[in-house]
Design a protein around this ligand. Structure first.
Ligand code: FES
Length: 190
């Protein structure tokens, strides 16, 4: 048998196959040697990979590699996940035949690209938030930052547009309590 038992097992029963329609990051790479393609989708929570899925149009070794990468990456912090290398994946799989080592290049590269994509999107969100802070919306005494209507009570609830507000722990500006990110600085709302 030219393939290890582990390669055969991951090829026959690949983990985490599929897509994530609401992925936080997507990474796609093609193998220049054979033209095969691999796409990784990630969901990130508290800087950890909360979900990882992949689609691979490639050989059996590439499928086993993607499956192994997805297993190795799940639950890791982003910094830990970017350390997963093509060599470490091949090693975890009990080795790959020499003429199939190029197939292992796809896995870690596609995962790293998905992480880069997530980080680029986050950075763009923060930059957008910073631009808004240049003209910050005013707090309670000057009205709702969304419609400029009157804000009521300690709970900070805009009577006019009905938005529930809270102070962002990061920049201190009033923002929509139910939004995922602060409208001013882009920080994630707990
Ligand atoms: Fe294309 Fe393996 S032969 S990825």
């Amino acid at each position: 048998m030219i393939y290890s038992d582990k390669v055969m097992e991951h090829f026959s029963n690949p983990r985490n196959v599929g897509t994530l329609p609401d992925a936080d990051g997507v990474g796609q790479v093609g193998n220049p040697v054979c033209g095969d393609m691999m796409t990784f989708y990630i969901k990130v929570k508290d800087d950890r990979l909360a979900d990882v899925k992949f689609q691979t149009f490639g050989c059996g070794a590439a499928i086993a590699v993607s499956s192994m990468v997805s297993e190795m990456a799940l639950g890791k912090t982003l910094d830990e996940a970017v350390k997963i290398s093509n060599d470490s994946v091949a090693e975890e799989l009990g080795g790959l035949p020499k003429n199939k080592m190029h197939c292992s290049n796809l896995g870690a590269d596609a995962l790293h690209k998905a992480i880069e994509d997530y980080r680029a999107k986050r950075a763009a969100g923060v930059r957008k938030g910073e631009a808004q802070v240049a003209h910050p919306a005013q707090k309670t005494d000057q009205g709702c930052p969304y419609c400029d209507g009157p804000i009521e009570g300690i709970e900070e609830y805009c009577k006019k547009c009905q938005v529930e507000l809270e102070e962002c722990a990061h920049c201190g500006e009033l923002t929509n309590k139910n939004a995922e990110e602060c409208t001013h600085c882009g920080a994630r709302i707990a």
